[in-house]
Design a protein around this ligand. Structure first.
Ligand code: MD3
Ligand code: FE
Length: 212
């Protein structure tokens, strides 16, 4: 039985997606946040350029081997920070623990960190630059609630929306792996986790193929 919010509590799915509400305790959220602050210190967040030559409202950095990057030449995964040239720091242990709750064949090689400040949003898009779509993308939310929108594999497919809260984890896999998705808005200043408000989202991915 599903309610208006699409939630199916018996099987822990929302609109068919596996969602683990409060997968991290408040103490674990604070620990993960501390890890992210250390990552941001050595790999400063930056604003990628959109195809139109305008910077995205979301700032990004990463942990693990790869970081997503975009400039006027197009978008791709990079292995060195665009400003410092340094490799990205290791993926935090708590993030790996959540990934392993969804996928055990191999660990992720990219933990993209998206930072949403007041007014930031992310337009509807697909994530299709990874080698093997049989691996999920695992999303972890921290800070202010975000209205997440997910559709189908075509831009014109109907969409559904639900809220993601601090500590929630979600896996995009199977049918939904190539679905169009985005963040429409943030309830800025609602969560006390981040000083000054805002939202951080981690997406764990497998960018390179797994050696057989
Ligand atoms: C559905 N991030 O980093 S997380 C992204 O909240 C991204 O920062 C959003 O979209 C954020 O690419 C949404 C949920 C998410 C992430 C990856 C997906 C949903 C996805 C990949 C395929 C399908
Ligand atoms: Fe995405």
């Amino acid at each position: 039985m599903t309610g208006d919010d699409g939630a199916d509590r018996a099987s822990d799915t929302v609109h068919g997606l596996p969602v683990r509400r409060a997968a991290l305790t408040p103490e674990e959220q604070a620990q993960l946040l501390a890890d992210l602050r250390e990552i941001a210190r050595v790999a400063p967040p930056f604003s990628p350029m959109t195809g139109w030559g305008k910077p995205m409202s979301v700032r990004i950095t990463a942990a693990g081997r790869f970081c997503w990057f975009s400039d006027r030449k197009g978008y791709r995964y990079i292995e060195a920070h665009p400003q410092t040239g340094a490799p990205f720091p290791p993926i935090p242990a708590l993030a790996l623990r959540l990934w392993r709750g969804f996928e055990t064949r191999a660990d992720p090689d990219c933990c993209l960190i998206n930072q949403y400040r007041e007014g930031a949003r992310m337009g509807l898009h697909q994530d299709r630059d990874e080698a093997d779509f049989s691996f999920p993308v695992v999303s972890i939310s921290l800070g202010d609630p975000a209205l997440f929108r997910i559709g189908g594999t075509e831009r014109k497919s109907p969409t559904r929306s639900f809220w993601l809260h601090s500590g929630d984890a979600m896996a995009l896999m199977g049918e939904s792996r190539l679905a169009f998705h985005g963040i429409d808005r943030i309830k800025f200043g609602e969560s006390a986790l981040l000083r000054g408000g805002g939202r951080l989202n981690l997406t764990l991915r497998r960018v390179a193929p797994v050696d057989t």
